[in-house]
Design a protein around this ligand. Structure first.
Ligand code: NI
Length: 226
């Protein structure tokens, strides 16, 4: 399931991010992938150790971890610090699956990549091509969102970035290990949570709403690994 989360950064914040990212030297994106990825990946990335990247990445994570839709849909346990990539002049990233386990930078800890997140930092009208194409059990989805918006999708999906034929596409991206490993269970919890929230708005904390809330937490207790 793909989840669109709008306005994680304001337009002014996006401009400020872009201004700061423009001052840094970018490196070949193949620095962070294995041999399969390296064959199909043609883009540029901010170096993992870039202090500006880490600072902007922290802002992005703070915003998402304070966002009710992200929290409900991802049920995050932990995320890797966000990275940044750029595509122009025909650069692209062919179909691939993200590596299942990633080591946290400057740490011996690793996480399992359950969910991938992409935050768009360029307006869709400012570049041509560059669609994120995600193939999951429900079909093929093309994603190109307003600057400041986020798409959340299963890391197990095949996905690619189409060639950027005009302009430049800037994005931030990162992986999250969810408390609930299974996509199907996590999606069920998210749907249940959305319905409970909607019922609570209509009915307040009625006995039934409290009962369903208890049911949600007991399912989470069964399925969460923390
Ligand atoms: Ni990927």
């Amino acid at each position: 399931m793909l989840i669109h989360i709008p306005e994680i950064l304001s337009k002014a914040e996006v401009m400020e991010c872009r201004r700061r990212l423009a001052e840094i030297e970018w490196v070949d994106g193949r620095a962070t992938v294995g041999p399969q990825g390296a064959q199909v990946k043609r883009n540029r990335q901010l170096p993992v150790e870039s202090p500006v990247g880490r600072e902007l990445g922290e802002l992005i994570l703070q915003r998402l971890y304070a966002n009710p839709l992200f929290m409900s849909a991802a049920l995050p346990l932990r995320s890797v610090p966000p990275l940044f990539n750029a595509y122009s002049g025909g650069e692209h990233y062919g179909f691939h699956v993200d590596g299942a386990v990633r080591q946290l930078p400057f740490s011996t800890l690793s996480l399992r990549t359950d969910l991938s997140t992409t935050l768009f930092l360029t307006e869709p009208g400012d570049y041509q091509g560059g669609e994120l194409v995600v193939q999951d059990t429900y079909g093929v989805h093309e994603v190109k969102l307003p600057a400041g918006d986020v798409i959340l999708y299963p890391s197990s999906s095949l996905h690619k970035v189409e060639p950027v034929t005009q302009g430049e596409r800037l994005c931030s991206f990162f992986w999250t290990q969810s408390m609930v490993r299974d996509d199907w269970q996590r999606n069920m919890l998210h749907e249940l949570d959305c319905n409970i929230q909607s019922l609570r708005q209509q009915l307040g904390d009625s006995t039934e709403v409290l009962g369903l809330t208890g049911h949600y937490h007991n399912l989470l207790r069964q399925w969460a690994d923390v």
